[in-house]
Design a binder for this molecule. Structure first.
Ligand SMILES: *Cc1c(COP(=O)(O)O)cnc(C)c1O
Length: 417
């Protein structure tokens, strides 16, 4: 192992068995326990150092222990951390204003996770269908195959991947799946469903499919989709949970596609690793009236102060420029690696700092194999399905750190082949 020991205070050995005794086994965990972070670096309980290209799955926007975020949360917890939405919350208002002024949205609802934000969007679509398009008894939402929208019952139903739905039937009614980036499939689904009480009320898509294998949306497809939605009174909903908040090199993923959604959701990177979800919409479909939707924690002073600091820091420190430059640098390096190992890899895809390298389908090697080997060499990566290796570092990652990640990957592949 090539880890350097930089943790100043050696800690007690971590008891994995004890952890597994008390915590449910819903995750397949790697056998390291992370204890400490700084920038794009993490340290485990044995003092081994890692370069973090997972960032809590595209979540730690400003990396670990960022001074601006530390300052905000320290001050806010001393002032006020939680009150009910019975009352006006100044920090929540300030965050909503920032989001509205920097996006196509007119208003915001706050909750605590990506799945919850998508639940809110699904409820909004259904209420709009029932109350505005009042002839609709069975509103259907089209979603994409290979999509990912979360782990609640509604959002595993929206997720077009049977592996997330297995053993949790019955699923929610009202969802139909179409292949991603295929406009003909959308047209056919709309025509097929336009009968009796059933009709397509919304199309919900990721601008770039994250979990489904880092697949960017096709510009032409989304332009035509926007037109179809306008002509047929269909709401266009974007799940920006993974790709939003600067991850793509633009503030919102939809800015890559030349269209604006009617509704979009955000979560992962929005408060830089403090739990938050948000659902944004345009004025015309802002139909959730008092009492129809709520969240106890949603938009509390602590998390909304943190999120505003993340967004203001992105703006102040020109972080989008860094995302674009580091993304280019990383894709260039990954393309060279893919060319060097044509029997292992097919292609490199991504926007900004959400990138994937795809493995050949007909070989035994999986993304998980490479993730494990890279971890041994001090680089943390995440799979995006069995055949795509995903790179989602903090948006503050430096040129030297991108280079180091590429060098570690090269070393790992050299050893493997
Ligand atoms: C992670 C993710 C979700 C789910 O977010 P949670 O916070 O885990 O509920 C939904 N949609 C997309 C695109 C995601 O990447």
């Amino acid at each position: 192992m090539s880890h350097s020991t930089l943790v100043d205070t050696p800690t007690q050995a971590f008891d994995y068995n004890e952890f597994d005794t008390y915590v449910m086994h819903t995750y397949g965990r790697f056998p390291i326990a992370i204890e400490k972070g700084q920038g794009c670096r993490l340290w485990d309980t044995e003092g081994r150092e890692y370069l973090d290209f997972v960032a809590g799955i595209a979540t730690c926007t400003l990396g670990h222990a960022h001074p601006a975020l530390m300052e905000t949360v320290t001050q806010q917890i001393q002032k006020l951390h939680h009150v009910s939405n019975f009352y006006y919350i100044p920090e929540q208002g300030a965050l909503a204003k920032w989001i509205v002024q920097h996006s196509c949205a007119d208003s915001v609802f706050f909750c605590n996770s990506g799945a919850e934000a998508n639940e809110a969007a699904i409820k909004l679509v259904r209420k709009y269908a029932h109350t505005v398009l009042d002839f609709l008894e069975q509103p259907v939402i089209l979603t994409a195959k290979a999509s990912f929208h979360g782990r609640t019952l509604a959002t595993i139903t929206a997720t077009g991947q049977p592996k997330y739905q297995k053993d949790f039937e019955p699923l929610m009614p009202g969802f139909v799946y179409v292949p991603y980036n295929d406009i003909r499939a959308v047209e056919n689904a709309i025509a097929d469903l336009d009968e009796g009480n059933s009709r397509v009320a919304a199309i919900m898509l990721e601008p770039l499919q994250g979990e489904g294998g880092v697949r960017p949306g096709d510009l032409e497809y989304f332009l035509r989709l926007r037109k179809i939605c306008d002509e047929n009174d269909i709401l266009l909903v974007f799940d920006e949970v993974q790709v939003g908040v600067g991850r793509s090199g633009k503030l919102w993923g939809y800015e890559h596609l030349g269209v604006e959604p009617d509704i979009f959701t955000s979560a992962k990177g929005l408060a830089g690793g403090i739990p938050i979800g948000a659902m944004m919409c345009k004025r015309f479909c802002d139909v959730l009236s008092p009492g129809t939707h709520a969240s106890t924690f949603g938009g509390n002073p602590f998390v909304t102060a943190a999120a505003l600091t993340v967004l203001e820091t992105i703006e102040k420190e020109n972080i989008l420029q860094n995302v674009q430059a580091r993304g280019e640098q990383l894709r260039t390096r990954l393309r060279a690696i893919a060319q060097k190992y044509p029997t292992l890899f097919t292609e490199v895809r991504g926007w900004g700092l959400i990138n994937g390298i795809e493995l050949q389908q007909d070989i035994e090697l999986t993304s998980l194999d490479i993730v494990k080997a890279a971890m041994e060499e001090g680089l943390l990566l995440a799979p995006a399905g069995p055949k795509v290796l995903r790179f989602v570092p903090p948006l503050i990652v430096s040129e030297a750190e991108v280079e180091q990640a590429a060098e570690i990957l090269e070393k790992v592949l050299e050893k493997m082949s």
